[in-house]
Design a protein around this ligand. Structure first.
Ligand SMILES: Cc1ncc(COP(=O)(O)O)c(C=O)c1O
Length: 394
């Protein structure tokens, strides 16, 4: 029997990436410069956002979003319980309080029915997360935000290429935050981007990522009297992306449509192959959404799920993941429930059962290998092995 090695993700680099990444090295300009600017323009165009600001990671984007919106001590920000930890960490960085909301087990996104019960007089903002590349229902989120006069930061870390009702995610709220980590649609190694339609906020974000400076080094370098430093009217950070990353990002954005198309096609192949594996629930995608498939995340549900049977189901899912690993197939839990993590449990006295759907998602999700260049043979091997190995799991 063939025995392939199938990783969870693979970056896709071609000659164009190699060509552009050399350019900053040849010119000698390696800090934030012309390529970062070009990447910002490309992302703004692709997401149909008026303004984009590159930073060092999706986490840095979320942090700057909190700073730019003036969120701070005494404020509450509603975040989903099942998301990457940095969605909540960004709220902590500014001294505000993340208020967790459970998720919808169908979509893994924040449960729209529960958001309003979390709103208090201290709530300032909502952070919907478009998890794994599936948009939240942004019309309902924006209606809640308007009704309660709340700001909205979209965590679109996984969402490049994802749309709701035809509109690209990141554009619905006050700010949208993307990640270019290697498991995302495009990569710059590490990297992130904020998008906004507000010009004042755009200017503020540019200063905040550059120590609070009124002018970037690149702009200053090009101007007369470059010997004078900028004004510093904000407490800023060094969240500048390098031009080496920017150049890679430009080359990646040139093929972003193709990269997204391949992910979607490959997700459809899994949907089809998994018809014979009723113990795995495939990712759902409501008709008004265009899924980005940053990850292809299934739920291990060989029987009806409840917290009573959760330990046993979790053990069986893990046994299956171990068996797959032994056959060269990498899988991952979808992401973690932040409400199960020590820092948050200890600080806020959270118990697992306070967010049952996030808890179950943490223990039962399984991301399958997905990347634009995955082959039919690899996908068939993954599913065939899953079905065979599942039979041996008791
Ligand atoms: C939902 C979500 N938010 C935020 C981030 C943080 O992005 P980065 O890794 O670029 O800091 C990630 C990345 O994994 C994510 O999945």
């Amino acid at each position: 029997m063939i025995h392939l090695k199938v990783p969870i993700a693979k970056t896709y680099f071609d000659e164009r990436d190699f060509e552009l990444i050399r350019e900053p090295l040849k010119s000698g300009w390696v800090v934030q410069g012309a390529y970062v600017k070009r990447l910002e323009e490309a992302v703004a165009r692709f997401t149909e956002s008026p303004f984009a600001v590159a930073v060092t990671s999706g986490t840095a984007a979320l942090h700057l979003a909190m700073v730019a919106l003036g969120i701070g001590p005494g404020d509450e920000v509603i975040v989903p319980a099942f998301t990457w930890v940095s969605t909540a960490n960004a709220v902590e960085y500014v001294g505000a309080t993340p208020v967790f909301c459970d998720i919808d087990p169908e979509t893994f996104n924040i449960d729209l029915e529960q958001i309003e019960s979390k709103i208090t007089e201290h709530t300032r903002a909502l952070v919907p997360v478009h998890l794994f590349g599936l948009s939240c229902d942004m019309s309902r989120i924006m209606a809640i935000a308007e009704k309660h006069d709340l700001m909205v930061v979209e965590d679109a870390a996984c969402g490049l290429g994802a749309r709701f009702g035809g509109k690209h995610v990141g554009n619905f709220g006050d700010l949208g935050c993307f990640s270019f980590h290697p498991r995302k649609a495009i990569t710059t190694g590490e990297g992130g981007m904020l998008v906004t339609s507000d010009e004042k906020r755009y200017e503020l974000l540019q200063a905040l990522r550059n120590h609070g400076a009124s002018l970037s080094d690149f702009a200053r370098h090009d101007s007369k009297r470059a010997f004078l430093l900028s004004e510093y009217n904000h407490l800023g950070y060094n969240y500048r992306m390098t031009d080496i990353q920017g150049a890679l990002g430009v080359a990646q954005m040139e093929k972003v449509d193709w990269l997204n198309k391949k992910r979607r096609e490959r997700a459809t192949v899994y949907d089809e192959l998994l018809k014979n594996a009723d113990f795995l629930k495939i990712p759902s995608c409501p008709p008004e959404m265009l899924h980005g498939y940053q990850s292809y995340v299934c739920r291990f549900t060989p029987e009806p799920v409840s917290t009573a049977v959760l330990p046993d189901l979790n053990r069986r899912r893990n046994d299956l993941m171990v068996a797959l690993e032994e056959k060269g197939i990498s899988t991952r839990q979808g992401t973690h429930a932040v409400t199960l993590l020590g820092y948050y449990q200890n600080k806020y006295g959270i118990r697992n059962e306070d967010f049952p759907n996030a808890w179950m998602a943490d223990k039962l999700t399984m991301a399958l290998p997905l990347y634009p260049q995955i082959t039919d043979e690899e996908q068939q091997y993954v599913i065939r092995t899953i079905i065979t190995e599942y039979k041996g799991i008791r």
